[in-house]
Every structure is written in structure tokens, then in C-alpha cells.
Design a protein around this ligand. Structure first.
Ligand SMILES: [Cu+2]
Length: 144
């Protein structure tokens, strides 16, 4: 048993660099996160991961600011897919189905976006799949 394990480890060491490159290429999408944190404050929005994988994406949002904010997502055509109000210190978990593309995470309160509360988010699909069903549907829990 022990000898077999050593033999396998030796083989892996020899094949190492090539095998790792192949795995990295084919598993690129699988490696993209579908869950990320989003921190908000006066006046910025900071996603902890970017890019993320397409499909169900879970945003764990916290308003670290003094003021009332919200967490909103807009696609490139200007459609707002989700908007969740967040009191000072509040957190929410917002789940949205996103197809590959570029999105804007922003705060729609007053002129906060113009003051800097916006961030780009890139969503990538696995190879050979460019569409995701149910895009734009969202679910929120824990908003306060
Ligand atoms: Cu705001």
C-alpha cells in the first residue's frame, strides 16, 4: 500500500507540469467562484471576487457605511436585475442567475453611484455554453 502510493506520487511528479496545465485549462470555469462578498461604504462598492462563473451567483453583501445604501445589479443594456436595500451595518444574501457578460454592481440611493458606489463584475460561461436559463431572477434573504 505504502509502496504504491510512493510510486503514484513519483509518477505525478514526473508528469506534473503538463498535467497541471491541462487540468487548469479544462477546469477554468469550474474554478470560478459562484459566491462572493460585496462590501459597501461611502462611497464605494467592492466585490471580493471578479470574474465569477455564470449561473446562480450568491452575493454576500454588507453595508459597512454610516448611511442607508442598497445593492443593485445592472446588465449592459441598463436593466436592473436586482435591488436590495441595506441599512447601516446590515447584511443580505442575494442570489441572482447571471449569463456570461459584464454587469455593474451599484447603489441606486440618491447620487451614490455618481459619488463612486459602482463596480464592474465579469461573468464567464463554461466553454460551449453561452446562455443561462432564468437570467435576472433573484432571491434575497436577510435584508434589513
Ligand atoms: Cu448608497
Amino acid at each position: 500500500m505504502r509502496r504504491a502510493a510512493v510510486a503514484v506520487a513519483g509518477l505525478a511528479a514526473v508528469a506534473g507540469p503538463l498535467a497541471v496545465a491541462d487540468v487548469a485549462a479544462t477546469a477554468e470555469h469550474a474554478a470560478l467562484p459562484h459566491r462572493l462578498g460585496v462590501d459597501e461604504r461611502e462611497y464605494w462598492v467592492f466585490p471580493t471576487h471578479n470574474p465569477v462563473g455564470s449561473g446562480r451567483v450568491e452575493f454576500d453583501v454588507t453595508n459597512f457605511g454610516m448611511d442607508m445604501h442598497d445593492f443593485s445589479i445592472r446588465d449592459r443594456r441598463g436593466n436592473v436585475l436586482s435591488s436590495t436595500p441595506l441599512a447601516s451595518g446590515a447584511s443580505a444574501v442575494v442570489t441572482v442567475k447571471l449569463a456570461s457578460g459584464r454587469y455593474t454592481l451599484f447603489c441606486s440611493v440618491s447620487n451614490h453611484e455618481a459619488l463612486g458606489m459602482h463596480a464592474r463584475l465579469t461573468v464567464r460561461s463554461p466553454v460551449g455554453r453561452s446562455r443561462t436559463r432564468g437570467v435576472g431572477r433573484s432571491r434575497t434573504r436577510g435584508a434589513s
